[in-house]
Design a protein around this ligand. Structure first.
Ligand SMILES: [Cu+2]
Length: 513
């Protein structure tokens, strides 16, 4: 049920989207990242999954339907690479007359991590998809739209947060970066995580965080150091390949009479390639799991799924591609490279249009192999199938989904994101998931409730959720290059028998393909 404050917020955000705000040649879809949209996939956003593009000049009112979210979410374009610059924070306060399950902060500050490319983002996308290579990397990362002091061209615009000694600040961090998990740190200060993806967590105090594209984190910062200037900074965690190795900064400025340093203190980061630093932080997250904020982890599982996440290669005519071995880079889930249809999945499902998709997305890999062996995996195992297939779940199915990273072409982390749901992250580890050895170690007591979770490089992550939101829901890697290469799939959750268990009808202004 929506609280009064949530209703108010919903009205404030009664956004009318104008296709005309996009470049004149482009069409766009917008997506509220993490809003579950009960029974209403029509405003979910991803192009050719739940809607057709909003053409320039066209209007489409997107309804935001909130349910139990509380904390920070965000919205972004879900079309090609437009999310690089079309994004913002979405803050959901506790119901009126209720408070946070932590001390009330003096001030709340959205901190949006983004990235900057010296070039037209669409051209960059078209270039790498055309050549079959990796995309060029960003030129800098951004905090609230600014690269910070280490980029002298825009030094005067560095984001500054003025703090008063002894006061507590709630930093609402959004990782809107395109292709990197980020480390974030504040010189001389610890932060305390109190929420992720609009769900509260047990307090976790750390001197750094690791945050995936797609994720949000709410952090308490206490201004308890000597009054001075300190950098808050962010840079990539990257387990391999080319990446943007720059650091973005903003400044924490204490109020008071003192002489600020010529240059604020810069935090020291974990090494770029420290998979352990990323994984150790992520695996410490816990749900609040108390009487007021209970967990509801499915215990009896009806659908057990194992999805491999792979980077793939496909030969090109005359060795004309620019990926490894002059082949084309692709990506897949269970060896299926997603081909988006030209009529969206949701429209086809709702209107029973035949021939748009198939219903045979595999529950398990067709060819099991040693997914994470460090020695080179034979290249013929790296050939994916193209597919426009969905996996169908019954209403109220209790689902366990294990994501298994593979070392095909090159093992890398994958921040996996599911639309329409939050899920409990019940376990993760390195190497191949083992159905006998690993489930007894699951956390079914206070697992974190997330909407995006980084599957570690050459490892696995197990999630559980109850399929109680009927509709058509996209699941994909939140590294933009991976989803562009096909690392995504679609769930259709059937209607339930009850009146309130069926998908709602589409709005009258739904764009047509
Ligand atoms: Cu990925």
């Amino acid at each position: 049920m929506l609280s009064a404050s949530k209703l108010l917020f919903l009205c404030l955000l009664g956004i009318v989207l104008l296709g005309g705000v996009t470049p004149s040649h482009a069409a766009v879809r917008r997506y509220r990242h993490g809003v579950k949209m009960p029974r209403y996939p029509w405003s979910d956003g991803p192009e050719f999954v739940t809607q057709c593009p909003i053409s320039p000049g066209m209007r489409f009112s997107q309804r935001i339907v909130l349910s139990d979210e509380e904390g920070t979410l965000w919205w972004h374009a879900h079309s090609e690479w437009y999310r690089n610059s079309v994004y913002g924070a979405l803050i959901i306060l506790p119901p009126r007359r209720e408070s946070y399950p932590f001390p009330k902060p003096h001030q709340e500050v959205p901190i949006l991590l983004g990235d900057w490319f010296n070039g037209d983002i669409q051209e960059i996308m078209e270039e790498f998809l055309g050549s079959g290579s990796d995309p060029e990397v960003s030129n800098s990362f951004l905090i609230n739209g600014q690269p910070g002091d280490l980029h002298p061209c825009s030094r005067q615009d560095t984001f500054r947060l003025r703090v008063e000694s002894g006061k507590t600040y709630l930093l609402r961090i959004v990782n809107a970066v395109m292709n990197n998990i980020m480390f974030f740190k504040i010189a001389n200060h610890n932060v305390t995580v109190v929420g992720t993806d609009a769900a509260y967590t047990k307090r976790l105090t750390s001197d750094y965080i690791a945050i995936s594209p797609g994720q949000t984190m709410d952090l308490l910062l206490v201004a308890n150091q000597r009054p001075s200037h300190y950098y808050m900074a962010s840079r990539a965690y990257a387990s391999g390949g080319d990446f943007d190795n720059t650091t973005t900064t903003a400044i924490i400025e204490y109020a008071g009479n003192y002489t600020p340093p010529a240059s604020p203190a810069l935090p020291s980061f974990p090494p770029f390639n420290s998979t352990a630093s990323s994984h150790n932080f992520t695996t410490q997250l816990r749900s609040l799991a108390n009487k007021k904020y209970p967990v509801d982890v499915p215990k009896n599982i009806s659908d057990t799924l194992l999805f491999t996440l792979s980077i793939n290669l496909r030969p090109c005519a005359n060795d004309s591609c620019e990926g490894p071995f002059a082949e084309r880079l692709l990506a897949s889930v269970n060896n299926v490279t997603l081909q988006l249809p030209r009529t969206d999945f949701l429209q086809a499902y709702y209107r029973r249009i035949n021939g748009v998709y198939t219903t045979d997305f595999p529950d398990n890999p067709a060819f099991p192999f040693n997914y994470t062996q460090e020695t080179t995996i034979p290249r013929d195992l790296a050939r994916p199938q193209n597919g426009t297939s969905v996996n169908i779940l019954d209403f109220n199915a209790t689902v366990e989904l294990v994501f298994q990273g593979t070392n095909l072409v090159g093992g890398i982390d994958h921040p996996m994101h599911l639309h329409g749901y939050s899920f409990y992250v019940v376990g993760s580890g390195f190497g191949n998931f083992n159905r006998t050895r690993d489930p007894p170690n699951y956390n079914l007591v206070d697992p974190p409730l997330m909407e995006t979770i980084a599957v570690p490089r050459n490892g696995w992550t197990a999630i559980r959720f109850k399929a109680n939101n009927p509709g058509v829901w996209f699941m994909h890697c939140h590294f933009e290059r991976h989803v562009s290469w096909g690392m995504g799939m679609v769930f259709i959750v059937r209607d339930g028998p009850g009146r309130d268990e069926k998908m709602l009808p589409p709005p009258p202004d739904m764009p047509l393909c």
